[in-house]
Design a protein around this ligand. Structure first.
Ligand SMILES: Cc1cc2nc3c(=O)[nH]c(=O)nc-3n(C[C@H](O)[C@H](O)[C@H](O)COP(=O)(O)O)c2cc1C
Length: 328
């Protein structure tokens, strides 16, 4: 069975990737993901706030130092020369790139352009095969317009693309008023891949303590539908790799994502629930399904259920919505 897959220009042995999450926080965890048979591993994100917090600590320490020893000012190199915050992350990329044979994809969650550029470069230099940008921005201020939010994504991507040579994917949320147009603009701005979709971790209210409670529930299979829809709509229409993320529990979600047109399928929740070796179960299920139907490769099914290829393209559109409502 030929499972080979191309993603962001990388040759992968199959289409299953470990998405950014806690399992890649240590070298041991990364090794276990490789042993579980991940074809590539996206590391957990390096968050700009995390780096800035640590920079602030260094600034404070160095300021204290310079106050107590004014003559020692010259001891302190410019802050940029400290590899603060990102040190552990970059070291992990370096050791992972040596320790495992599958591509390591760095992940960066930034806010300011400077943060994105500096750390994108550092991640490339540390040996990442590619970079995933995780733009998690909620415009809460009531003044920022949709156009400004979209521009921020495009600016971040353009800045990072100028700074690095490795392929760059961008992980997106679905909350754009015209997601297709946004995807196209990102592709034209040089994105090598789109990762659909980031899950938003929406806070809840704890009624007993009357506090705003952070929530994190692992995903379930019914969450594949929104990414599935957009993958099916975008497949074959943009010059970018498409990655599916959200809701993979069993091989059936993997197969559906591939049929819709995903180049690769990512998973985190299922691996947190069942352990990294669950990746091998997903792969076995995919191989069995392909073999039972006589498909020689993953490529043979990819996108065959995309909007461009299905017998009834309107099934992905408004006409289907009306039919569903009428059928209830
Ligand atoms: C505990 C946890 C930590 C995560 N950390 C990150 C992260 O650091 N960066 C990121 O881009 N996504 C992160 N994610 C999101 C996952 O990469 C993934 O996109 C999301 O969970 C949907 O996929 P799933 O349904 O397979 O879990 C995290 C998810 C979980 C559950």
């Amino acid at each position: 069975m030929d499972l080979r897959t191309r993603y962001l220009g990388l040759e992968l042995k199959h289409p299953l990737i470990a998405s950014a999450g806690p399992l890649s926080r240590t070298l041991d965890g990364i090794r276990r993901l490789e042993d579980g048979n991940a074809a590539a591993i996206v590391l957990f994100s390096l968050f700009e706030e995390q780096i800035r917090q640590e920079q602030a600590v260094v600034e404070q320490l160095t300021a204290e130092g310079t106050e107590s020893f004014p003559e020692a000012l010259s001891y302190f190199p410019a802050l940029a020369e400290y590899a603060v915050g990102s040190d552990a992350y970059l070291n992990l990329i370096r050791s992972a790139a040596e320790a495992v044979s599958v591509p390591i994809i760095g992940s960066l969650n930034g806010v300011t352009n400077a943060g994105w550029i500096d750390y994108a470069r550092a991640i490339e230099e540390a040996g990442a095969a590619a970079l995933e940008l995780n733009v998690f921005h909620i415009p809460t201020d009531l003044e920022t317009t949709g156009a400004e939010v979209e521009q921020r994504y495009l600016d971040v991507l353009a800045a990072v693309k100028l700074a690095v040579r490795i392929p760059v994917a961008i992980k997106l949320n679905p909350y754009f008023s015209a997601f297709g147009s946004m995807a196209k603009r990102l592709a034209l701005a040089g994105a090598d891949g789109l990762v659909l979709f980031n899950r938003f971790y929406q806070p809840d209210i704890a009624l007993d303590s009357l506090t705003v409670a952070p929530t994190l529930e692992l995903s379930r299979a019914n969450e594949i539908r929104l990414p599935l829809l957009w993958l099916a709509l975008l497949h074959g229409r943009l010059d970018v790799s498409l990655a599916a993320t959200s809701g993979v529990e069993h091989a059936s979600e993997v197969i559906k994502y591939l049929l819709a047109g995903a180049d690769v399928v990512m998973t985190t929740s299922a691996l947190l629930r069942a352990g990294p070796q669950h990746m091998a179960d997903l792969l076995r299920g995919l191989v069995r399904w392909l073999a039972e139907r006589g498909h020689p490769s993953v490529a043979a099914i990819r996108g065959t259920m995309s909007q461009a290829h299905v017998a009834n393209p309107a099934a992905f559109e408004r006409a289907n919505y009306i039919r569903i409502l009428q059928s209830v």
